[in-house]
Design a protein around this ligand. Structure first.
Ligand code: AMP
Length: 545
């Protein structure tokens, strides 16, 4: 059943008694013939279209409430939204800024935006007025979409910045997603010819998480996104019959691109959770084959006694990234489930750049090898390649690397070398087998009395101490040394740790200049939504007075 008056054209369980049969018939991309209209079109949506399964009534997205959206629903809903955007008469390079809760319709809005040839600009749902004011002022979007509850203040900011159209999305009415965007789109045609784009035209702008300084808009082209998705489909061996359990937010590279694109390109069903929720993930794991998460998700799953090998017996692949995974988590997960997590490394500016292998050995604490077609090198302060095992700056070149920072030509120029490598800002090393490990951010590097201290080295040692759940090492201003190494530790429940005990243990294995001058104990480390420890907050909290 299709409801033409409310968008998207969704069909629910009751209306589809044969839903499960259809869902399971979705056996993944079988090489559907490309739509001749799309020949020579580098629009990312055209690539997805060419990979839709032959049976378009198969399930593309299923929600935890049991709603299901077929590939046909996806195609028609994105056509309606694309037609609505086109009807606004926007300039070709218009930005569509979106701050809404995760839902299938929000994903469709993303797809409709690129299908219509505009530039998608997702915004973290946690951003408050001052942050939105900055992003909207900087990006000057033609359209802003927000949740109905934020309409008052968001529309004020948007109109002040010159945005003419503000829509709302995500107000559940009668179990369906509504808001002015879908209401307006419902009256549009469900046919739309995907707009022709070249590979280097922009598809999205992702503002970096910006733990230091102002956030920058990383401009990604259709070609950046398509090339990375194609490489990952092959590298992670997406298979017919794969089902993606999608629990990540969709305002970030991990959930929006890596996860969604993988399933879309493979013609695979996604079980689309509105957020990560332990019991729900545990409930859905037996019906899934691929799961992607940030390390925190794995820590939380391990805290659930229900997680075991039987629960994960249908699973093919667990992937982790966006923040460093503790080797303890990697090992515990292996012991509990029999699955070896595949860790990969990426960022807003480059999408994915390295990955542990699918078939070869996946080594915890490393991020594996450069992806095919991507050149990664590690250089010292003089720009010369580092020797095996030596720590240096990670630089990258390839079809995945972004087009520059939005309206920051100077900043962009600073971040590229003369031979066009992008300076990631991450510090790492390559071992003799070619596996890359990330040691920290160059901005996190602590320089104490002229010596370089890599926080990751100390954190790894701290995490191995009995009773330490996790740790973060920061530099704080120090009159004598410039910076003083400072450790912040989360003890395990019931652990009896002391500052002097920790320092004594570290002294057994590392040079004195690396030993923290102070050790602080806290209940939790502050993290952003992607699981990254917010060291800027720790630096503030533990700044000497
Ligand atoms: P974002 O642009 O928000 O995705 O942040 C990218 C940054 O996250 C990278 O520059 C790394 O510092 C960090 N990162 C991503 N993946 C990993 C990983 N597997 N291990 C350690 N750090 C990671």
């Amino acid at each position: 059943m299709t409801d033409m008056h409310s968008l998207p054209a969704l069909t629910d369980r009751d209306a589809n008694p044969d839903r499960d049969a259809k869902a399971d018939r979705n056996t993944g991309n079988t090489g559907n013939a490309p739509n001749p209209r799309n020949a020579g079109n580098a629009n990312l949506y055209a690539l997805f279209e060419s990979r839709f399964p032959e049976d378009r009534s198969a399930c593309c997205i299923e929600t935890q409430e049991g709603l299901y959206y077929s590939w046909d629903d996806l195609d028609r809903a994105t056509a309606k939204i694309a037609n609505l955007l086109k009807s606004l008469g926007l300039p070709d390079d218009s930005r569509i800024a979106v701050q809404v809760e995760k839902s299938p319709e929000a994903l469709m809005l993303y797809l409709a935006t690129i299908r219509a040839g505009y530039i998608f600009l997702p915004l973290n749902t946690g951003y408050r007025a001052a942050e939105i004011e900055y992003f909207v002022g900087n990006a000057e979007p033609a359209v802003v979409v927000c949740s109905p509850s934020n309409f008052g203040w968001v529309s004020q900011i948007a109109f002040k910045a010159g945005t003419r159209h503000v829509f709302t999305l995500h107000e559940i009415r009668n179990g369906r997603n509504a808001g002015s965007l879908l209401e307006r789109a419902a009256h549009q045609s469900d046919q739309f010819s995907t707009v022709k784009k070249t590979a280097d035209e922009l598809a999205a702008i992702l503002y970096t998480s910006g733990t230091t300084g102002r956030s920058k808009g990383a401009m990604l082209s259709h070609g950046n996104l398509a090339s990375n998705a194609i490489v990952l489909q092959d590298y992670w061996q997406w298979q017919p019959g794969d089902v993606l359990l999608h629990a990540l937010p969709i305002f970030h590279v991990h959930g929006l691109f890596v996860a969604s694109h993988g399933a879309l390109l493979n013609g695979s069903k996604m079980i689309f959770l509105s957020k990560f929720d332990n019991p729900e993930v545990i409930r859905q794991l037996p019906r899934s084959t691929v799961f992607m998460g940030v390390p925190t998700y794995y820590v939380r799953l391990l805290s659930d006694p229900g997680l075991d090998a039987t629960l994960c017996s249908a699973m093919r692949l667990f992937i982790s990234g966006s923040a460093p995974m503790l080797t303890e988590t990697f090992r515990d997960f292996q012991t509990r489930t029999g699955h070896t997590i595949l860790e990969r490394y990426g960022m807003s500016e480059t999408i994915m750049l390295t990955s542990n292998p699918y078939d070869g050995e996946r080594i915890g604490g490393t991020v594996g090898f450069p992806l095919p077609g991507v050149s990664v090198r590690i250089v010292n302060a003089d720009g010369h390649p580092c020797a095996t095992g030596e720590v240096g700056d990670i630089q990258v070149k390839g079809p995945n690397v972004f087009q520059g920072y939005w309206r920051m030509a100077e900043k962009t120029a600073e971040e590229f070398t003369s031979d066009h490598y992008f300076k990631t800002g991450d510090l790492g090393r390559i071992d003799e087998r070619g596996y890359i490990s990330i040691v920290g951010r160059s901005k996190d590097l602590i320089i104490t009395g002229g010596y370089n201290v890599y926080p990751k080295e100390i954190e790894t040692l701290l995490d191995e101490i009995d009773g330490v759940a996790e740790s973060a090492v920061i530099g704080v201003p120090h009159a004598d040394f410039g910076e003083a190494v400072t450790a912040v530790i989360v003890p395990k429940p019931g652990a009896n740790l002391t500052e002097s005990g920790i320092i004594a243990q570290l002294k057994l294995s590392i040079a004195n200049f690396k030993i923290p001058k102070r050790v602080h104990f806290v209940e939790d480390l502050p993290r952003n939504t992607m699981g990254k420890v917010q060291k800027n907050l720790l630096r503030q909290d533990f700044k000497p007075t």
